[in-house]
Design a protein around this ligand. Sequence first.
Ligand SMILES: CC(=O)[C@@H](O)[C@H](O)COP(=O)(O)O
Ligand SMILES: NCC(=O)COP(=O)(O)O
Length: 269
Amino acid sequence: MTTAQTTPPTVPASARKTALSVNINKVALLRNTRHLDIPNVTRAAELCLEAGAQGITVHPRPDERHIRPDDVYELAALMKDWPHCEFNIEGNPFHNLMDFERNLSARGLPLHQCTFVPDSAEQFTSDHGWSFPDDAKRLKPLIEQVHARGVRVSLFMDPIPEAMVAAKAVGADRVEFYTESYARAWSGPQKNKVLSSFVEAARAAAAINLGVNAGHDLNRDNLSEFLRAVPGVLEVSIGHALIADALELGYAATVKDYLRCINEAFTPA
Ligand SMILES: CC(=O)[C@@H](O)[C@H](O)COP(=O)(O)O
Ligand SMILES: NCC(=O)COP(=O)(O)O
């Protein structure tokens, strides 16, 4: 029995409150502009966890523009002190992601979730999900390898209802909805139309017991409305806007305000 296939949750996904996983890529980006280890990435993660974040996410890109290999292993060591919180690593499994997953397992360091993202090595930022059926055959064995080491697999996906069955068929435990289209539409007339695609995709995922995460360009303005509308989101991973907010408010106050936004979505209107 792997972690990925552990006993189903006692609380139905639709009733569970969404977990906040803080992506700390941008702390590393700032750190990398000097040779001083300021700001310290691990300390940033610790402060976010102390403030109530339920997880930490990193996306160690091949060009090491922000998160570097040492950050991954130091953060995993930190997570040993936070057994009820999760460590999520994002990346392209055909680049460097599998090496991190294998090495963490070999070193006995915690890793709870791998999020497969189809980014090219030099991509500016993540901007699309996996394509089915094109990607199915090559993804399936990698998902099996990660499962064999007891780690959950989430596939970064656009909110396409028909694609949920294909994601489940290749063995994914969850999908992570790429939410940039929602963030871009949030202040305009297309918001509800765009939001409905996420609602339909979430319903399609729930119908086949496929978990739903979400992330990219979520912030304190758009988060509550998304979670109130889209059923059963288990985890949001938020980095860019949250770290920008923390430059103004500090990590602790910022994390608590994002948790407030999440709680607001689960509070009857
Ligand atoms: C997969 C995704 O949408 C983001 O988590 C991604 O990690 C952002 O990467 P950058 O922080 O390099 O823009
Ligand atoms: N998977 C999304 C993530 O980890 C952070 O995305 P963003 O908030 O930095 O856009």
